[in-house]
Design a protein around this ligand. Structure first.
Ligand SMILES: [Zn+2]
Length: 95
């Protein structure tokens, strides 16, 4: 991916899903990533940030922020729908 502002190369930062021993919780080191018990299973591409490598630009396309904003928006929509349905079926036996 090239920088959307200046066309230079970019570096990407993306969240990954890691399979690891439970004992490693809050205890990850860089060396752990070379052990066979630690496996990267996949990447959450929607969270990728692309950082321009041109020092005069340094533009960041904020994939992670957009991802969080989309989740917040969807959460609000679903919460509103739950409230609407609760009001609609209030008094009926749907539990
Ligand atoms: Zn750039």
């Amino acid at each position: 991916m090239k920088c959307e502002k200046c066309g230079s190369d970019t570096r990407m930062q993306v969240q990954v899903t890691l399979s690891a021993p439970g004992s490693a919780y809050h205890q990850l080191t860089k060396k752990d990533f070379h052990r066979k018990e630690f496996q990267v299973l996949g990447a959450n591409w929607e969270t990728a940030n692309f950082i321009c490598t041109n020092p005069d630009c340094c533009h960041v396309s904020d994939g992670y922020g957009n991802y969080v904003t989309k989740l917040e928006k969807k959460n609000k929509e679903l919460s509103a729908e739950v409230e609407r349905l609760k009001a609609k079926y209030e008094g009926t036996n749907l539990s």
